[in-house]
Each structure stands twice: as C-alpha cells, then as structure tokens.
Design a protein around this ligand. Structure first.
Ligand code: ARG
Length: 588
C-alpha cells in the first residue's frame, strides 16, 4: 500500500517551491494549477500574486519558470497571455507515475492517516409500508458514500433508521390480535418470493385495519389502548409488534438483495431503538431551557423559522398528549451517535423535503451541547424522482410506484439489451448479466446526477448503450477484458522510454486523476463526480481504442505499453464502479 502522488500534485509542489524561491516575500502562495486543453496543465496563480505585490505578472511568471528544477517531470513550460504558465509534463513522467499506481493494489490512492468516524443514516424504509423511489435514492446514494468513505480509510457506522415505531402500530397490532392468521404465509420459498409475500400480507393487513379504524369507533378505542400498552412495554403487545418488524425486514432485505446491496442486521437501528432515551432527551432540553412548554407541548423555537402566518414554527419534541415524535427520536439518535459511538461526523441521506426538520434538529442539538464544534452534522438531501411528465413519479392511478416493480422492469429491459449483444451466452448467463446491467442502470442514473437535483426516471435512457449510462461503462470494461484475453502471451508492461500518442497521453493523464477525484468526492459526499470521472474515462478509452491499435501495434514494446494502458483502464473502472455499487461483468 503505497500512496502515489499524482502528476498534478508533484507539479503543484514544484511550482509552489519555485514561487517561494522567486518571491520569498509572497509566503506560501497557491500557483492555482489545473488541467488545461492548451497544454497538460495551466497555472494562473502569478496573476493574482503580481496584483497583490504590485509587479508585472509576465515577469513574475518568467522568474518562476527560472526557478523550476530540471528533474524530468516538466517537458516544456511557456509564459502565455497576461502571465499564465502553460505546462507540459514529460511522457516519461506520465508513464512512470502510472506504473507506480499499477504496482499498488489501491492504484496509489492514499489511506487516511488519522481517520474520523462517520455515522451514515441511509436506507431507512418504514415498517408495514411499501418501499418507493425515495427509499431507492437514500439506499443507493448512501451505499456509495459508505463504500467511498471506507475506501479512503474513514471509520463508518451505518445506521438504517427505519420507521418502526408510532401510533399506527396500535391499530395494526389490535387488528392482528383480532385476526390472528393474517400474517401467516408459506414457508420454504426463496428470499424474493417470501419478501414479496410478506409485503403483500402487510399491505392487506394495513388496508383492512385502516378501514376498520376509520369506520368502527370501538375498534379505534381498542387501538388507542393498544398504543398505550405498546408504550408501556406490555409483553404480548411487543411480541406482536416484533412480528411486524420481522415481517417487514424480510421484505426490505429482499429488495436490498435485488439492489445488490449488503444491509446488515446489526446496523438496522430503527426509531424504536431510541425509545429508552426519549424521556431523558426531553427532560434535558426542558431543564436547560433549550425547549419550553407551549400549549402543553415541549417546543424549541427559532428566530428564522416561521410559518406562512409569520408566527414562529417550533420543533415539537413532545406532543401535548405526552407522545414523542420524529424529532425526539432524531435528537436521541444524535446523542447516541456522538456520545456512545464516538462519531465526529453525522451524515443523513434523506429527502431534501425534510431539510427544515434537520436544520431544526441540528440547531437544537447544538444548543443542548450534544453537537459540539468538533462534530459535523450534514444532511445529504436528495431531490425528487420524477415521471416523464415532470411530476413526482406516480402510477397512472396516482399511487406511488412500487420500487420492486421498477427494478423488475429494469432487469427485463436489460435482458433484451444483453440478449441482442450476446453471442455466446447461455440463458443463465443472460439472466445474471441482465440483473447486473439493469440494477446498475437504475443505480447509475441515480448516482450520476448531483444528489440535490430532481431527475426523470426513464428506463429507456437508463439502459441505453450510448451516453452517460452504466451500460456504457460496463461495455467499456468488458471490451478491455476481451482485449486482455486475446493478448495471449503478451502481458501489460509500462515502457517509460516510449513516446506517447495524443490519445494515450489523454487516457493516462485521466487515469492519474483517480486518487484526487476520490479525495474530492469523499470530502464533499458527491458520488456524481465519481460517476462523471468514470464516464470520461470510458470516453477517453474509446478514443484511444479508435486511434491506437493495441494487439496490432508496430512493435512488441508498444503492444505491451498499450496493454498496460488497457489494464489500468480496466482496474480503475472496476475500482471506481465498485465504489458506486456497480458490477463489472467480464463479458457482455
Ligand atoms: N423513515 C423515514 C422516511 O421514510 C426516513 C428516516 C430518515 N432518517 C432519520 N434519521 N430521520 O421518510
């Protein structure tokens, strides 16, 4: 495990040193280096600096050039325009840097020396309810962020804050007591089938109990008493509640399985998991004066949070009937995650429409001292999934679309794409690939737009072979693998002495940016930037493939060198896609 400095960072260092040497009075100035179309890199820092120190930027730039070492990294540098530096790195440095990445399992990506601990709250469906596209977003984005952070060395605590508590359980449990066989189902089926069956039982039971609750006053009263029994910890009631949770989990796990996602039981700590803390949370808030009683409810007020009538909208931590709500649970979860689990970052992958809730919860926790300055709390709020009509995604009947139906359809579409392309695949292989392609397509569409934005759920576009899709990436990967298989005795090998063709350089320079891209993505929780990087990588590879024959290259050394670029492309694609939760079949 050796972290490999990128060409950009080596160059940055050289420039910063040259700047200090040329202008000792400037202190540590940033050369503002970036990739450029004109040369490989451009540095703009001399402009601002000359302005600040009152000199001629072109002269300053020339002085900096004079201080650059001749150590083989830089091939050419010229002062251009008002005082930019256009810099070309040497082919040898490009190949050598890439060879150093190749020698490392992690492609030279560093591991944090002093990692922090991040709690990620994601994939949090609700018990006895269907999962919908909102739950898809939380799961897919959360899973990618978990993988990315763990890869950079961060310690990650996963928390699936499922909705497993609340007054609706009184009604459900009471109904089950009165209709004891409603949750029974056949045993021995596979996970998907029993998950589906569990959900359909729960759905039926939910509807029936709701109908009774709305029409039968006596049932309503019995349900209310059941809520009290549940909260009081009555054993029989809790046992039945647990059945609902277990049944729902069967269903959740079957959907997460379909999504090719690893959700561990010990990480499922739902709302009920904080029950024992709620009373204390409220007591502390009240005693410290952070929360006050208002019309019987325990409330926290904010200067800048007002309703449409201009009156302040409080965060209600305890209702006037004594019941605790969503906010009390989230506040208790913060206490648990910071104090007990030692997290210094709390990340919530939750629908952007809940951002007022989180703003108020975070602010309350800060006032209460549960969130201190050294703890960061961030809601990674995501946008809405839209239908082709541009409105929130619904069925024709106006109901929320079931997530499983969407996933099944995606896999079906993918099967026809795979079948069309596949020449020598068995039916079994087609089914396996179709799942990898179809689920990947749905995940990638979600991950490739910036999380905060809404996007249109369009399966045709998602499974398209052309354009910014996971299928395009998967094909690029499979194509490289096919070349590597055909290479026979020729093995990938870097030849630093060989000059690089333009398409080779472009590909190699992009490959060298992997580690920096990951660092940026991990720092800002923006997996869409990794998706964009991989898409550009696949595109750079396509250009290389069109312009540079690999197995038919002129010399054996050139064949090896190009195989080396192929191999690095495949490894980088595979690693990057794995971090997004996407599969890379060897053949498609
Ligand atoms: N179960 C909630 C929902 O379906 C999401 C929970 C988000 N997490 C949290 N800590 N509040 O909308």
């Amino acid at each position: 495990m050796a972290s490999v400095p990128s060409l950009a960072s080596s160059l940055h260092q050289r420039l910063a040193d040259a700047l200090t040497a040329a202008l000792p009075q400037a202190g540590a100035a940033d050369p503002l280096l970036r990739r450029s179309d004109r040369a490989d890199f451009q540095a703009n820092g001399m402009l601002a600096l000359a302005k600040k120190l009152g000199g001629n930027p072109r002269e300053l730039a020339a002085q900096v050039v004079g201080q650059l070492p001749a150590d083989g990294l830089i091939e050419g540098v010229e002062v251009s325009g008002p005082g930019f530096l256009n810099i070309t790195v040497s082919d040898r440095a490009v190949t050598e840097t890439l060879a150093a990445r190749a020698a490392d399992d992690r492609l030279g990506v560093p591991v944090a020396a002093e990692p922090g601990t991040t709690a990620i709250d994601y994939a949090q469906p609700n018990v006895a309810k269907e999962m919908h596209v909102g739950h898809l977003r939380s799961a897919v984005i959360g899973d990618a962020v978990v993988r990315i952070l763990e890869f950079t060395g961060e310690k990650v605590v996963r928390r699936h804050h499922i909705g497993d508590w609340g007054t609706q359980f009184g009604m459900l449990i009471q109904y089950l007591i009165e209709h004891p066989h409603e949750l029974d189902h056949r045993a021995g089926e596979d996970a998907t089938a029993s998950g589906e069956q569990a959900m359909s039982n729960l759905n039926r039971l939910y509807k029936a109990s709701r109908a009774l609750f709305d029409s039968d006053e006596e049932f309503k009263e019995r349900s209310r008493r059941r809520v009290v029994a549940l909260q009081a910890g009555d054993e029989e009631t809790l046992r039945l509640w647990q059945r609902f949770v277990d049944e729902s989990k069967l269903y959740f796990y079957s959907v997460f399985g379909k999504l090719d996602m690893d959700i561990r039981d010990e990480d499922v700590v739902g709302e009920s998991g904080y029950n024992h803390m709620l009373a204390d949370t409220c007591r502390m808030l009240e005693e410290s004066g952070v929360a006050v009683r208002s019309e019987g409810a325990l409330c926290v007020f904010f200067d800048d949070v007002k309703g449409p009538d201009g009156k302040p909208t409080p965060l209600i931590v305890q209702k006037s009937d004594g019941g605790f709500g969503y906010a009390a649970t989230d506040l208790s979860a913060i206490r648990d995650r910071v104090r007990n689990l030692g997290c210094d970052t709390l990340l919530y992958v939750v629908d952007a429409r809940q951002s007022l809730h989180f703003k108020m919860v975070f602010e309350t926790a800060r006032r209460a001292g549960w969130l201190t300055d050294d703890v960061k709390a961030v809601q990674l709020g995501f946008g809405t999934v839209l239908g082709k009509d541009g409105k929130p995604f619904k069925t024709r009947e106006g109901e929320t679309v079931r997530l499983v139906d969407l996933l099944d359809e995606a896999v079906e579409r993918a099967a026809s794409v795979v079948r069309e392309k596949a020449q020598d695949l068995t039916e079994e292989e087609i089914a396996e690939r179709a799942a990898q392609v179809g689920i990947g397509a749905v995940k990638y569409a979600d991950l490739s737009t910036s999380a905060g934005r809404d996007y249109v759920f369009d399966l045709d576009r998602m499974v398209s072979l052309n354009g910014d899709t996971s299928v395009y990436l998967q094909y690029a990967y499979a194509r490289v693998q096919s070349i590597l298989r055909k290479a026979g005795d020729a093995a990938p090998k870097a030849h630093a002495e060989l000059p690089l063709a333009p398409a080779e350089r472009a590909l190699a320079l992009h490959l060298d940016e992997f580690a920096e891209t990951l660092a940026a993505v991990a720092g800002t929780y923006e997996p869409h930037k990794l998706a964009a990087y991989l898409y550009q990588l696949a595109s750079a590879y396509t250009t290389f493939y069109d312009q540079c024959p690999v197995l038919k290259a002129e010399t054996p050394e050139l064949v090896e060198q190009r195989l080396f670029l192929c191999d690095m492309t495949a490894r980088t694609l595979r690693q990057g896609m794995e971090l997004l939760g996407l599969r890379t079949p060897e053949r498609l």
